[in-house]
Ligand binder design. Structure first.
Ligand SMILES: Cc1cc2nc3c(=O)[nH]c(=O)nc-3n(C[C@H](O)[C@H](O)[C@H](O)COP(=O)(O)OP(=O)(O)OC[C@H]3O[C@@H](n4cnc5c(N)ncnc54)[C@H](O)[C@@H]3O)c2cc1C
Length: 463
């Protein structure tokens, strides 16, 4: 048992919790993180000049809360010169900067071409509408914009929007849709459109950057800055309000501890928040049941090729003809004109129903499938994969199904109301979970905490 009374306890050391902790670093606080490292679903490990990437990697550009945070931490983002729109089809790699060109590039029947144009046009028109909806309006609070996005095309599934094109055309959209960790039938049309909106973000694409040194640097830098205010290996069991204080019970190294604070930010995935927070108001509890989570099964690889490889100009590739849905070349942002350094770093992953099937296999079986299919595409890579790891993200991506927009509103309302001591943050605050959503929600929770602490200190000084 511990007697300390802190200003704030933050539960969860992912981007949302760390964003809150950073805003509140002038206060007495601790961050309790279940894993042995910070960063949550942002994870990478250094290997010489490269890094192995396991989780989130595309960082938002200038003007975003994540970008500001990364700069404040003294970290650098780097541009990605490579193609993010490459695609495999019938066993071959195709490169087009503009996805709209694929109906004319891929070896397809006329019927398939027409279908690809038809579905693609429908999607692009809807994405253009989504961009208008998602654009921030002068003077409006971020929550208003979030609400507008949440309501966009939430009453239909992404499958309803796509229709049912023939198999090979459908597989292209399916593979891309699984970047939301769910099948088109499971996600709302708004989720699918947001996903494609991130790809079709216009000519000047600084919306997707890399963190120099890998996304794991984010958690490491936070650890360096926040020091002994971070407690890793600390699994929170319960968060309970007790009068003017909140008691947080956690297990660390097999021992039970309690820490008491005036304010708590719960920054763990929605269903886990429900498990730990006691006495959640019924409407908020209902809202926390809205976000869905899908899995991803990835393989990350370090390679030792002596010179150029056929994927050097590619960063991201959709792979509808493979077991995995996406292939990434994480060495691409490090390539410079001139001499090509030896070695590299690659990653691939599958989501949706494929991930569910793969989760039943052993690491060795998944490695065999992924490796065989990568070598089919790039035979010169044979013998050059020197290290590989399978990463199972059971809680991979968060997304919304149909008719969820209204059901989530009680939580937005709760977050706006003054007087609470327990606050929520996480990437589940938007229909499609991304690090920017996480960081923004953490910042918003921290602002509420600051207001509450100031209000309390004013009240006690006038009493
Ligand atoms: C493979 C993959 C690729 C991705 N790609 C991108 C991308 O390119 N761009 C992008 O923007 N986003 C991407 N994401 C999503 C991004 O990583 C998440 O949106 C972001 O990490 C969410 O942050 P969070 O803090 O809400 O949750 P998390 O990152 O999940 O952090 C929550 C933390 O809470 C901890 N926790 C849980 N329960 C407890 C407990 N009881 N006690 C203490 N601690 C607890 C967890 O261990 C975790 O560290 C990707 C994710 C994955 C898995």
């Amino acid at each position: 048992m511990n007697d300390e009374i802190l200003d704030v306890v933050i539960v969860g050391g992912g981007p949302s919790g760390l964003s809150a902790a950073w805003q509140l670093r002038g206060r007495s606080l601790v961050v309790l993180e279940e894993r042995r490292r910070l960063g949550g679903r942002l994870k990478s490990e250094s290997r010489g000049p490269y890094w192995m990437n396991f989780g989130g990697h595309l960082f938002p550009g200038a003007g975003s809360n994540m970008h500001n945070l990364v700069r404040e931490l003294g970290l650098e983002v780097i541009e990605i010169p490579g193609l993010k729109t490459a695609m495999t089809f019938a066993g071959k790699v195709y490169r087009s900067k503009r996805v709209e060109a694929y109906p004319f590039v891929l070896p397809m029947s006329l019927k398939e071409r027409i279908e690809l144009v038809w579905v693609g046009t429908k999607l692009m028109t809807t994405v253009a509408r989504w961009h208008r909806i998602a654009k921030p309006r002068q003077g409006e609070p971020d929550s208003a914009r979030r609400e507008r996005i949440a309501k966009f095309r939430f009453g239909k599934t992404f499958r309803d929007l796509l229709g049912r094109p023939s198999r090979r055309v459908d597989e292209i959209f399916q593979a891309a849709a699984r970047r939301a960790a769910a099948e088109p039938e499971q996600q709302s049309a708004g989720v699918g459109v947001a996903l494609f909106g991130a790809v079709w973000s216009g000519k000047k694409d600084n919306t997707a950057l890399n963190l120099d040194g890998g996304s794991g640097r984010f958690g490491q830098a936070m650890q360096e800055h926040l020091g002994d205010r971070i407690r890793v290996g600390a699994a929170v069991q319960s968060v309970r309000q007790d009068g003017d204080l909140v008691r947080v019970r956690y297990l660390q190294d097999g021992r039970e501890h309690t820490v008491t604070a005036r304010q708590v930010v719960v920054a763990v995935p929605a269903h886990l928040a429900r498990e730990v927070v006691a006495d959640i108001p019924a409407a908020v509890d209902g809202a926390l049941q809205v976000p869905r989570y899908g899995s991803w099964v990835g393989m990350t690889m370090i390679t030792d090729e002596p010179g150029p490889m056929p994927y050097d100009d590619i960063y991201a590739m959709t792979t509808p003809d493979r077991t995995f849905d996406m292939f990434f070349n994480h060495a691409n942002p490090l390539r410079r004109p001139g001499r090509r350094e030896p070695g590299g770093s690659l990653m691939c992953y599958a989501g949706g129903e494929t991930a569910q099937r793969l989760l039943k296999l052993s690491d060795a079986e998944i490695t065999d499938i992924y490796t065989r299919e990568i070598l089919e595409l790039f035979p010169t890579l044979r013998g050059h994969i020197v290290e590989s790891h399978i990463q199972r993200w059971l809680i991979g991506g968060t997304y919304r199904t149909v008719s969820d927009a209204a059901a989530f509103e009680p939580l937005i309302e709760y977050c706006r109301e003054p007087g609470h001591r327990i606050h929520f943050a996480g990437d589940y605050f938007a229909p499609l979970g991304q690090m920017e959503v996480a960081v923004t929600s953490g910042k918003a929770a921290a602002e509420m905490v600051s207001r509450e602490l100031m209000r309390e200190s004013r009240t006690s000084s006038t009493a």
